[in-house]
Ligand binder design. Structure first.
Ligand code: SF4
Ligand code: SF4
Length: 75
């Protein structure tokens, strides 16, 4: 069975630098058109099901805004 992952962003900490977006091999991250409280467009995931859990996004984020969880079957 294919492993599935959930990527969670801390949108209030994100400064919209786009590093995570450029390093995602699946190209499934994008900036939100809405701004956060600091006035930045925060990054988010647009296609959760395509995430391979490589953690490149989390490793690249200078502000530790990204957490990755492996989902159990049925989650
Ligand atoms: S874990 Fe990998 S595939 Fe998933 S969003 Fe982050 S960089 Fe992309
Ligand atoms: S690398 Fe971190 S701070 Fe930069 S856009 Fe991605 S989540 Fe936001």
């Amino acid at each position: 069975m294919k492993k599935r992952f959930k990527v969670v962003f801390n949108r209030e900490k994100c400064k919209g630098c786009e590093l995570c977006i450029s390093f995602c091999p699946k190209k499934i991250l994008a900036l939100d058109p809405e701004v956060n409280a600091k006035g930045y467009h925060p990054a988010g995931i647009v296609d959760q099901e395509s995430c391979i859990g490589c953690a490149s996004c989390a490793a690249m984020c200078p502000d530790l805004c990204i957490s990755i969880y492996q989902l159990e079957e049925g989650e």
